[in-house]
Design a protein around this ligand. Structure first.
Ligand SMILES: [Zn+2]
Length: 339
């Protein structure tokens, strides 16, 4: 068994691992596909999980079950599955109340514990979700992004026809826009990169604003008939300034900061717009509990992710591309790793 492990900032190696035994409630998965996440890059750069090193990176993966423990009933050998990127304690008050997404001890694989950038992994049978035939492995590698988009929309609950400004046209932002359209909201996608906005337009997101060439506030004012947006989803991993996002939402509107906790702080954030407009403010950092819904959305083609893959690489080249990502973070929209 092989795995990509970060030893210290800037030092990643492909290690040979001992074969893991399969416990009675566990399954062994041969990983077929994974992606390089912003969190993987942050771990490599020493900006995240520095106290957890050495650590195997990789937060999302898809594969095929090759072995099952004797008590396992939900999957059989040969099933294609997505692996849950999150672990829950099942003991805390939130877990017992069914709010695993707010678990006191929630962990994310590849960030808090060894992740999935490897050829085989043994996980609990509760942590795998069977994939329907019509969902390709390559598309299933985006399940976590769809799940986190659903979690964000569950917070702001847009009504039919409401405008939602999405700041950040990275993978999460573009998928969030597609899910918002499915829920009959009207997304307005904002970014500084024309190529990302153009891709979003090709995927059906018809209102996009380039914040380099235009006055975003004025444009949103015009697109919303002077009301401004009912809600704003600020994609933290886009690294765009959060302070500006608060300008795009109407009085009494909702703002959600979405994504993983490795974003840079915006030191210009003021409480004033939150108070003067009496905004509701939320944070969503995981898609836990939404994975089955995310699989459904891929199966019924509600979300299109194929075009978001701008590079496919073999497993052996993960180290090379993680290094390249730190030098040129915007070169690819998403790198898919094929085992
Ligand atoms: Zn818990």
């Amino acid at each position: 068994m092989k795995a990509w492990r970060v030893y210290e900032a800037g030092d990643i190696r492909c290690d040979e691992l001992k074969s893991q035994s399969v416990g009675e409630n566990c399954v062994k998965v041969k990983i077929t596909c994974s992606t390089i996440s912003p969190t993987d890059k942050s771990v490599f750069e020493g900006k995240l999980s520095a106290d957890k090193l050495p650590l195997i990176i990789g937060r999302q993966c898809v594969g095929m079950v090759t072995e099952v423990g004797e008590n396992v009933l939900n999957v059989v050998r040969g099933d294609r599955v997505a692996v849950d990127p999150y672990g829950f304690c099942k003991q805390c008050a939130n877990c017992k109340a069914g709010k695993q997404n707010e678990c006191e001890k929630m962990l994310t694989y590849g960030v808090d514990e060894d992740g999935f950038m490897r050829d085989f992994v043994v996980v609990g049978s509760d942590d795998v979700y069977k994939l329907p035939d019509r969902v390709r492995d390559e598309d299933a590698a985006f399940i976590d992004h769809i799940a986190i988009s659903l979690a964000a929309l569950n917070k702001i609950t847009p009504e039919k026809g409401e405008h939602i400004v999405i700041v950040g046209a990275n993978v999460v932002g573009i998928i969030l826009a597609q899910v918002a359209m499915y829920q009959q909201a009207v997304p307005i996608l904002v970014d500084t990169r024309e190529d990302k906005l153009a891709l979003a337009e090709e995927l059906g997101v018809y209102y996009t604003v380039n914040s380099v060439d235009s006055n975003v506030q004025k444009k949103i004012f015009s697109l919303t008939g002077g009301r401004m947006a009912d809600s704003v989803a600020h994609i933290a991993s886009s690294q765009l300034p959060f302070s500006l996002s608060l300008e795009y939402v109407r009085r009494g509107g909702k703002t959600v900061i979405v994504d993983w906790g490795d974003a840079e702080d915006d030191n210009n954030v003021s409480m004033k717009p939150v108070l003067s407009k009496q905004l509701s403010l939320y944070g969503v950092n995981n898609g836990a509990k939404n994975i089955p819904s995310a699989i459904n959305m891929l199966a019924n083609r509600t979300v299109s992710v194929e075009r978001l893959v701008s590079k496919e690489i073999p497993f052996a080249e993960v180290g090379k591309y993680i290094k390249e990502q730190t030098e040129m973070p915007d070169k690819y929209i998403k790198i898919l790793v094929k085992n």
